[in-house]
Design a binder for this molecule. Structure first.
Ligand SMILES: [Zn+2]
Ligand SMILES: [Zn+2]
Length: 504
């Protein structure tokens, strides 16, 4: 996720627009927990993951001798008493039970620590990718490699349709870690300061749970390990190289320092902003120092363009549809005695709705080119599309969001699911959401006692690892249940009794 350094006045605005993407599938809709139920108790009930706290201790206090899982085949499958050929809450409980097994908790935390110690930047995640593949081999899960240089597409299930995907990003940031602990980054100037090490561990945790329950899967779960989220639009390249082949819906999680440990948060519609940058060059048609009365004046043209750009948001946009256009630099040289031949300036744009974002791109170019003409100049505008710096808004599909909510409320209880506000950060998961219905959600890692309160991209960033097993279980429940409900939408309910179906 990209975090913007300057605070935007829009960063905490309650969004009223809900942009619903067209949905390619129809899910059956089991009884839902009402919004009222969700807000009745603000208490944070931790009982559902108590046993997830048993191993490895807290990161800052850990001894040097944490065990590694390598070289040891895992016994994954607890004895099942539940027949999950029809979904029920008991299936969620079985998933949670696997995630909370002490050896699985220890394993998922140790993976996160191994990756944390060896952070790798965009498209350089070679060792991270190797660690993942080794674990997939251990779990006897097949996969395609490479996609997008270091990316992996693993598969669990029948190998047949329907396909649902879960994605984790793998890259770190060019930041020097300031947290002193046993598993501190060993790569100077690089750090997993956005929690992507945790994302990988949770997805591998989900792989392990899903493999243990493969006989229940009514289709295929594609597990996408993606490079280069922070820079380079890894998602775009994953899609280009076939990551979404046959996939009809996709989900992803990001850690959040704003939510208490293991609390899940999301919302329907716009969640993260679209983000882009632009650079305009305005040149005089008459050249440097031309006749002051007849020549175009790029300084005047640029000044008029900058002022007009401010009007796009203030005069043309719906005040309830948060948008930003900011000019952040302007350069015309330092000659005191002549009108320059050219001026360049640029800035950034943000919007929560796809239509608004694309409208801004169009209007920025129109305004600059038109104002240049008024002053007898010409203009070009570059949005750096080839440099992969444009991120579309992350808009949660309404049905996929409802699915996440149902699955997680069933899994962790209504008090541990929160509806969150949109923020002006950006995330390249939005590229997937432009292709198929998608939902992005958060998992809390905030624990004041531990000190995991710093925002992502801070050198002091750390997480409460007790979130990891719950994140793994959440992924697994979302995917397995998706396939169940999809199966019912295709084939109808099975003949066996459905009395227990999703009953509270
Ligand atoms: Zn980030
Ligand atoms: Zn991130």
């Amino acid at each position: 996720m990209k975090i913007f350094q300057r605070n935007s006045p829009f960063s905490n605005i309650v969004m009223s627009i809900l942009l619903t993407l067209s949905c390619m599938i129809i899910l059956t809709t089991p009884p839902q927990v009402s919004a009222k139920t969700l807000t009745q108790s603000p208490d944070h009930d931790l009982s559902y993951f108590e046993s997830a706290m048993v191993t490895l201790g807290k990161p800052a206090l850990e001894s040097k001798n944490h065990s590694s899982s390598s070289g040891q085949k895992k016994s994954l499958v607890p004895s099942f008493n539940t027949d999950c050929s029809v979904w029920s809450r008991a299936c969620s409980e079985e998933i949670l039970k696997i995630a909370k097994k002490p050896e699985n908790v220890k394993w998922v935390k140790s993976i996160r620590r191994r990756i944390h110690e060896n952070p790798e930047l965009a498209f350089e995640e070679h060792e991270t990718s190797r660690v993942i593949r080794r674990e997939l081999d251990e779990l006897d899960i097949r996969y395609r490699f490479p996609l997008a240089k270091t990316g992996i597409r693993a598969m669990v299930g029948t190998g047949k349709s329907p396909f649902v995907a879960i994605r984790a990003d793998m890259d770190a940031l060019p930041i020097q870690e300031a947290v002193e602990w046993d598993n501190k980054s060993k790569n100077a100037g690089k750090m997993h300061a956005c929690g992507h090490d945790a994302h990988v561990a949770m997805l591998l945790g989900a792989a392990r749970i899903l493999k243990a329950r493969e006989h229940y899967l009514k289709g295929t779960v594609a597990l996408l390990f993606q490079p280069a989220e922070e820079a380079g639009n890894g998602a775009k390249r994953m899609i280009r190289e076939g990551a979404l082949e046959d996939v009809e819906a996709i989900f992803a999680v990001h850690i959040s320092h704003l939510l208490p440990t293991a609390v899940i948060g999301s919302r329907s519609g716009p969640l993260l902003a679209g983000c882009g940058f632009f650079k305009a060059v305005i040149t005089s048609e008459w050249g440097v120092g031309g006749n002051l009365h007849q020549s175009g004046n790029p300084i005047l043209a640029a000044s008029a363009a900058v002022i007009s750009l401010q009007g796009i948001v203030s005069r043309e946009s719906n005040p309830l549809d948060s948008q930003v256009v900011s000019v952040t630099f302007l350069n015309s040289g330092d000659d005191h005695d002549a009108i320059p031949k050219g001026v360049e300036f640029g800035g950034t744009l943000r919007a929560f709705a796809n239509t608004s974002f694309h409208h801004l791109l169009k209007r920025i170019e129109e305004v600059i080119v038109s104002q240049a003409k008024v002053y007898k100049c010409s203009a070009t505008v570059d949005f750096f599309e080839n440099a992969d710096t444009i991120y579309p808004p992350m808009v949660n599909d309404e049905q996929m969001y409802e699915h996440v909510k149902r699955a997680t409320v069933d899994l962790v209880g209504p008090t541990n699911f929160r509806v969150v506000q949109p923020v002006m950060g950006a995330e390249d998961f939005s590229f997937y959401s432009e292709v198929i219905p998608a939902a992005f959600f958060y998992i809390g890692i905030k624990n004041e006692t531990l000190g995991s309160v710093h925002s992502p991209h801070s050198p002091h960033f750390m997480i409460d690892e007790d979130a990891l097993p719950i994140g793994a279980a959440t992924h697994a429940a979302i995917a397995e249940r998706y396939l169940h409900e999809r199966d019912i939408s295709i084939n109808g309910l099975p003949d066996i009794s459905i009395n227990g179906f999703n009953q509270d």
